[in-house]
Design a protein around this ligand. Structure first.
Ligand code: V55
Ligand code: FE
Length: 485
């Protein structure tokens, strides 16, 4: 194999890991509560081969899935690549065949006709299946115990859209997996699909509709009666791809929309209602819920672009100060006859992203949220050749009921990955459980798995497990309780 490029995306802490393996009984500091039984799954982009075009963005690496199994106070580790069709084709060739992020015009001719997905964004559990997800492709099914890849699914032959989101939700009322796709008729199309998948893996419902403009539809929300789609101008076009520009670029001249699709039986594209507000940046959603005719939608909002590698379409330089996002409550009123938002209210002054909740409260009124925070008052020592830019150095918690918050700083030479909530038991009260997350030890180029009491994060971790291999910067993960396995 030729070597990886000497660029920030492939060196220092970002050096590709490419390690598949198993480790039994990790070294623990502190005590893992023995009643925690189940597994934490998470995924990182981890390129199998050096990039075809000499360099690449972090979002384009092959999905490497890790599982941390908790059993009677011990933690075991397993890691495997998601063997996508792309991974298999490149593995057989012994080199990269696919080019730039979501630009098939840059591929080797041998890649033609193969699904381009990398399954690198989320690993999601539903109905005994592990789905490895990338929003430009269908969902890839993996076996949750062995991490063997089964292959892409069309949910019992019924999914006609080309893509499935990396951010599905489970409707607590039905147990169905609710998802969507964008670019559902191919790259850069405005066509979207709404999906409901039964626990047996068959598609119950697919609704086609159109987006106001083509953009990255990275996340969405559900409430009891609605699916909510925020349209933010991280835009793209075939023209850009032909010019060799990054697939996406941020456009500060376009408005932001929130689409409200009723989830009742018989809904069609005609039933969607679009609200509009001023230009801003938002990506992940903490949660959404209904209160009478009002719909609240909680999302970290930044004034400007958060993705330096998807630059401003009008040529403005990246603006780090304006890329700070703050959890904000967007409220729209279904009884109103305007297309404007009713209100927008900042919920915390902690700058943060990667919001999570106790997922049993998906789409419902909820009390607790956790997120990764950038605390600019804390010192940062970027040892070990890690990436520059703002460092997620703090775990934050917001309590919407009391209006209070907590935080825990991980120190000057560490950074944190997305938190995930573990309920104490299936029927434990909201927030009663733990938070699990990976901590990057930048100087040591090592990784720890941290465990917190979920509503006492300010006290710091109650236990940590040393992971025997370095975890690269990952995206999302989820918890599977043992009894459901
Ligand atoms: C994100 C991550 C992706 C992607 C699109 O916001 C959006 C995160 C890891 O890949 O393709
Ligand atoms: Fe995401």
């Amino acid at each position: 194999m030729s070597s990886f490029p000497d660029t920030p995306a492939f060196t220092g802490f970002n050096t590709p890991s490419r390690v598949e393996g198993d480790a039994f009984d990790l070294a623990i500091e502190g005590t893992i509560p023995p009643e925690i039984r189940g597994a934490f799954y998470r995924v990182q982009p981890d390129p199998q081969f050096p990039p075809l075009l000499g360099n690449d963005i972090p979002f384009n690496g092959d999905g490497m899935v890790a599982m941390f199994s908790f059993d009677n106070g011990r933690v075991h580790f397993r890691q495997r690549w998601a063997r996508t069709d792309k991974w298999k084709l490149e593995h057989a060739a012994g080199r990269s065949l696919f080019g730039a992020y979501r630009n098939p015009l840059t591929d080797d001719p041998a890649a033609k006709g193969t699904i381009r997905g990398t399954a690198n964004t989320n690993v999601f559990l539903h109905g005994g299946r592990l789905y490895a997800l990338k929003e430009d492709s269908p969902a890839l099914v993996m076996e949750p115990e062995t991490l063997e890849t089964i292959g892409y699914t069309d949910f019992g032959g019924r999914m006609t859209g080309e893509t499935f989101t990396a951010h599905p939700k489970i409707d607590p009322a039905t147990g169905d997996m609710i998802g969507f796709g964008y670019a559902s008729k191919g790259i850069c199309t405005r066509d979207m699909t709404y999906y409901e998948v039964a626990p047996d893996g068959t598609l119950k419902r697919e609704i086609w509709f159109e987006n106001p403009y083509y953009c990255m539809m990275h996340d969405f929300a559900i409430t009891r009666d609605y699916a909510l789609f925020h349209v933010v101008p991280i835009t793209g076009s075939w023209e850009r791809l032909a010019q060799g520009k990054p697939h996406f670029g941020f456009d500060t001249t376009l408005p932001v929309h929130l689409g409200v699709l009723p989830r009742r039986e018989g809904t069609t594209a005609e039933d969607i209602r679009w609200f509009t507000t001023d230009n801003c940046f938002a990506s992940h959603v903490m949660n959404a819920y209904q209160e009478g005719d009002r719909i609240h939608f909680d999302t970290p909002v930044a004034k400007n672009n958060m993705f330096p590698f998807f630059p401003d379409v009008h040529g403005a330089p990246f603006n780090p100060a304006e890329s700070a996002s703050f959890l904000t409550r967007w409220t729209v009123n279904m009884a109103s006859n305007t297309d404007q938002f009713e209100s927008q209210r900042r919920l915390t002054n902690m700058a943060g992203e990667f919001p999570r909740i106790d997922d049993r409260y998906q789409g419902l009124p909820y009390r607790y949220g956790w997120l990764l925070v950038i605390d600019p008052t804390k010192p940062v020592e970027l040892k070990g050749g890690s990436a520059g830019g703002a460092v997620m150095n703090t775990l934050g918690m917001v309590d919407h009921e009391t209006g209070t918050e907590q935080s825990w700083w991980c120190g000057p030479v560490s950074s944190l990955q997305e938190p995930c909530f573990i309920p104490r038991s299936a029927d434990a009260p909201e927030g009663d459980g733990w938070i699990v997350q990976i901590c990057n030890r930048l100087e040591e180029r090592a990784s720890d798995l941290l465990l917190f009491d979920a509503t006492e994060i300010a006290k710091g971790p109650i236990a940590s497990a040393r992971i025997p291999v370095r975890m690269r910067f990952g995206l999302h993960g989820n918890w599977l309780p043992a009894q459901a396995a």
